[in-house]
Write a protein that binds this ligand. Structure first.
Ligand SMILES: [Zn+2]
Length: 171
């Protein structure tokens, strides 16, 4: 169960890869990071209904991610469809990362509303069940996530910066 560092870096990286714009770039990257963490807002339902069963439920479904993308497309319009795709990918990355990095924790309702079965790859665990860890272990997990996911994010930024300069140089 990756924590916000891993999800945020993946979401911002996807937005950086898809949207090589100079002006509002920081804001767009922050929005990507926020959307990549949005699925875990289901913790509000856990808190409200006092049941852990809400976590990794419908907000972690690929079909819910598709619905989020369609809402973004409607809100942003056709002219900003590329942003909608980038943000939709950022949202979807959350479920895929949870799925790929869960070994011991509970799985995800990946195919809700068509199936209530929970899925996880159960091959490699990253930051598993942080709520059960002492604070020092949580900090260690956050550092591991940063060390794993910051380099690819920085590489995408460097790649896009180069692509943007080449594009503006050619114009
Ligand atoms: Zn999650």
């Amino acid at each position: 169960m990756p924590m916000p560092v891993a999800h945020g870096l993946v979401g911002a990286g996807l937005v950086a890869a898809a949207l090589p714009r100079a002006g509002r770039r920081r804001l767009l990257l922050l929005a990507g990071a926020a959307l990549a963490n949005a699925a875990d807002l289901d913790f509000l339902l856990v808190f409200f209904f006092r049941s852990r069963a809400w976590h990794r439920g419908f907000t972690h479904s690929l079909f819910f991610a598709l619905a989020v993308f369609l809402c973004l497309l409607l809100a942003l319009g056709r002219r900003r469809a590329r942003e909608a795709v980038a943000f939709g990918l950022a949202y979807t990355s959350h479920a895929l990362l949870d799925f790929a990095t869960t070994r011991a924790g509970g799985g995800l309702e990946l195919f809700w509303p068509f199936s209530a079965d929970r899925f996880a790859l159960r091959w490699w665990g990253l930051s598993e069940i942080p709520s059960t860890l002492p604070p020092a272990e949580v900090l260690k997990s956050l550092a591991v996530e940063f060390l794993l996911f910051a380099p690819p994010f920085l590489l995408v930024l460097l790649w896009r910066r180069g692509a943007f300069r080449r594009g503006s140089g050619a114009a």
